[in-house]
Ligand binder design. Structure first.
Ligand code: SF4
Length: 351
């Protein structure tokens, strides 16, 4: 893959020039945290005309994970918690996992879910199951592998989220003006274009699946601007990775091990059918059954407005704590912790 062609400055400048004549106000939501970071990194927001604004959505898995998950993990004793890195710095009601680790809680940062299985050969391990459709197939495969190895010391705490129900909830709530979506490239590799059809059919809103290079992003914005002048639809600008039907093998893997359930999201509350729990056939590996863990939607830490940021109601600098009290070294909410968090992106690139 020749990445340079997706960073071609002349092409990008030409598209930005075309956008300068866009007169109608256009509010676009980028769903994916990686898009938020890329928009900040490439300075795209500042290059758009004043009529076009980009707002961030609920596409950072660490950010949408409710505080109750951190609180429940901190309560656990005599078990090693295996998790991806960003989560350990997210503040809960009793501090973060990082703080709890300093006080003796066993927390291990992993880079692949299979590392949790290696740990479980020697000790009791809970793998924290956060993530969207991109991450979930690997987690499902991990459960199958745990069964193959006949591991007795391993369980997974399912706190997975799926994107289409969250978009439906946002559109139903309808208290934020959204004229179109930059749809997440990674998630779409798994779920495909068809999964977003409901947005135009039920709500008359269009979206473009796009990649993460600057040319991908400005092209998608340009096409959404054209949609505003014509008619909304779902388009795929990321054909080099995403097909209409997505990755069936990955979805079958998820289907084999997991089942749809309601899930609590930070900021959005309980969303019907937006989570995936572990099927009864794999119950022996279900940490929520094994340890009696139930999650609640919960609230943001006092003063933190992550929930409003995740719904696109405000942009991070509108939070009174942004950059004054809340900074990456002293995060008050998860949106400042995560490497895909909107507050972290604004802090790093847009002050
Ligand atoms: S700046 Fe900090 S306190 Fe404000 S919404 Fe973002 S994470 Fe929460």
């Amino acid at each position: 893959m020749d990445w340079k062609k997706f960073r071609n400055p002349q092409l990008i400048a030409d598209i930005l020039q075309l956008l300068q004549s866009h007169q109608q106000p256009l509010r676009l939501m980028e769903v994916c945290g990686t898009h938020t970071m890329a928009i900040g990194h490439w300075g795209i927001r500042k290059l758009l005309p004043a009529t076009i604004s980009l707002i961030s959505g609920p596409g950072c898995p660490v950010c949408v994970t409710p505080t109750s998950l951190i609180d429940a993990l901190i309560e656990l004793k005599s078990v090693t918690i295996a998790t991806f890195g960003d989560l350990i710095r997210v503040p809960g009601n009793y501090g973060s996992l990082e703080l709890a680790r300093a006080r003796g809680l066993q927390v291990k940062v992993i880079y692949s879910p299979l590392e949790a299985l290696e740990l479980a050969e020697k000790r009791e391990v809970i793998l924290v199951g956060i993530g969207f459709e991109t991450t979930i197939p690997g987690m499902a495969q991990t459960l199958i592998e745990a069964r193959r190895r006949n591991l007795k010391n391993f369980s997974l705490l399912p706190a997975f989220k799926t994107i289409p129900p969250a978009l439906r909830a946002l559109l139903k709530e309808n208290d934020v003006q959204i004229d179109g979506f930059l749809l997440p490239g990674h998630v779409s590799v798994i779920i495909g274009l068809e999964s977003y059809r409901f947005m135009t059919q039920e709500f008359g809103i269009g979206g473009i699946i796009t990649g993460f290079e600057p040319l991908d992003i400005v092209t998608a914005i340009y096409h959404l601007a054209l949609q505003q002048e014509n008619s909304p639809r779902i388009e795929n600008e990321y054909r080099r990775c995403v097909s209409d039907r997505g990755n069936r093998i990955a979805r079958d893997l998820m289907e084999q091990v997991l089942e749809v359930q309601d899930a609590p999201w930070r900021g959005l509350g309980w969303i019907p059918g937006s989570g995936l729990g572990i099927r009864a056939e794999f119950a022996e590996f279900d940490a929520s059954r094994k340890y009696g863990i139930t999650l609640a939607a919960g609230n943001d830490p006092p003063g933190c407005r992550c929930g409003d940021v995740l719904k696109g109601k405000i942009i991070p600098p509108e939070c009174p704590l942004f950059a004054r009290v809340c900074q990456p070294e002293n995060p008050i909410g998860p949106c400042m912790v995560s490497s895909e968090g909107s507050c972290a992106a604004y802090y790093k690139y847009e002050q």
